[in-house]
Each structure stands twice: as structure tokens, then as C-alpha cells.
Design a protein around this ligand. Structure first.
Ligand SMILES: CC(C)(COP(=O)(O)OP(=O)(O)OC[C@H]1O[C@@H](n2cnc3c(N)ncnc32)[C@H](O)[C@@H]1OP(=O)(O)O)[C@@H](O)C(=O)NCCC(=O)NCCS
Length: 164
């Protein structure tokens, strides 16, 4: 895509990843959770707490001058502290967000593909995620190879096998 590059995430991306976690939580316009509320909720904060751990994998979409416009990252959560899309300890869960003014231009799809490639390079066999069914992002995930393996009242857990 023109004018957006993808780079690997680094420890100094924490604040931007929190920004994107806030976007992911607030995908519904009528949901307006503050950064503080999200970081105070252990079920959400654990997607970014202590970033970056040795087994974290992330990619950031940046403008030519380096400003980030989106990010996708994978975090290994455990049975003792599972995420919404938990499948097993060896399957990291994906979080993705794009800055609002940059949505609908292909950045999300680029990030998904880059995250998959980065995970594959690390030998990660599968990636999971949780998506609220009403979010159009679910269709994007399906188009990029994720399939639903478990359904809850409003959300689906999706998984993709990324072994080459
Ligand atoms: C979900 C998200 C990461 C997708 O990134 P994006 O850059 O907007 O997506 P893309 O431009 O790559 O679009 C991917 C596909 O979705 C479609 N799409 C984009 N915005 C859409 C919208 N508002 N409604 C319906 N479809 C949409 C595009 O048409 C495209 O499909 P196509 O290539 O077949 O036309 C981004 O919109 C976002 O950050 N949303 C808020 C946070 C969120 O929902 N995170 C995920 C939580 S599970």
C-alpha cells in the first residue's frame, strides 16, 4: 500500500499498542471505554502488560516519517490467565487496531498478513483471536484464513493454521 510500511514492533511501541487496544475494545461507536478503565481491567490489560516479552510478536504500520497508523500483535496467554480467544498455551492470540482515519484503506489486511509472516518465521503453528460477531473485522479474518472454532453469545473464537 502507498505511503505505509510495516516494521517489527519493539518495546518502545507499548504506548501505541495500548492506543490500538483501546481502539479494538471500542470498535462499537457506542462503547467508549477510557484507557484507564481498559488498563484497570485484568482481562484486557493482559494483552499489553509487560510488553515486550520474549515470546511476543508484533508488527506496526507506519507512515514515511515513522508515525504509527496501526498495529497487530500476538501474545501467549495461558490457561491460568486466558484471553477471550484462548485456545491453548502454544497458540498466541492476535490483537489488531488501525487509527480511525486510516481504516478501510488496506492497512488492517497488510498488518494481518505481516503478523502471520512474523509468527511463521518464529515457528508459531497457529494463531487465535476473539471477535464480536457484529464486527466486520470477522469477515476480514475469515478472508485471511481464520475459521471459527467456538462460538459464544456475541463473540467467536477463530484460529488459523500458519504452518507453511
Ligand atoms: C478491524 C480493522 C483492524 C481493519 O483494518 P482496516 O485497515 O480498516 O481494514 P482494511 O482496509 O484492510 O479492510 C479489510 C476489509 O474490510 C472491509 N472493510 C473495511 N472497513 C469496513 C467497514 N467499516 N465496514 C465493513 N467492511 C469494511 C474492506 O472493504 C476490506 O475488504 P475488501 O478488501 O474485500 O474490500 C480496523 O478497521 C480497526 O482498527 N477497527 C477498530 C478496532 C477493531 O475492530 N479491532 C478488531 C477487534 S477484533
Amino acid at each position: 500500500m502507498q505511503n505505509v510500511d510495516i516494521r517489527a514492533a519493539t518495546p518502545s511501541d507499548l504506548a501505541f499498542l495500548v492506543d490500538m487496544l483501546v481502539e479494538a475494545v471500542n470498535w462499537l461507536p457506542e462503547r467508549d471505554w477510557s484507557r484507564e478503565r481498559i488498563l484497570a481491567d485484568p482481562a484486557l490489560a493482559h494483552y499489553v502488560t509487560g510488553w515486550m516479552r520474549p515470546d511476543d510478536v508484533g508488527v506496526v504500520a507506519v507512515k514515511p516519517a515513522g508515525q504509527p497508523v496501526g498495529a497487530a500483535w500476538l501474545r501467549h496467554l495461558t490457561a491460568a490467565d486466558p484471553g477471550y480467544g484462548y485456545v491453548s498455551d502454544d497458540v498466541p492470540e492476535l490483537t489488531i487496531g488501525v487509527v480511525e482515519s486510516w481504516r478501510g484503506r488496506g492497512v488492517g489486511r497488510m498488518l494481518l498478513r505481516a503478523a502471520r509472516d512474523a509468527a511463521r518465521a518464529r515457528g508459531i503453528p497457529r494463531v487465535s483471536l476473539s471477535v464480536e460477531r457484529a464486527n466486520f473485522a470477522a469477515k476480514l479474518y475469515a478472508a485471511e484464513g481464520f475459521r471459527t472454532i467456538e462460538s459464544f453469545e456475541n463473540a467467536d473464537t477463530m484460529v488459523t493454521d500458519i504452518r507453511a
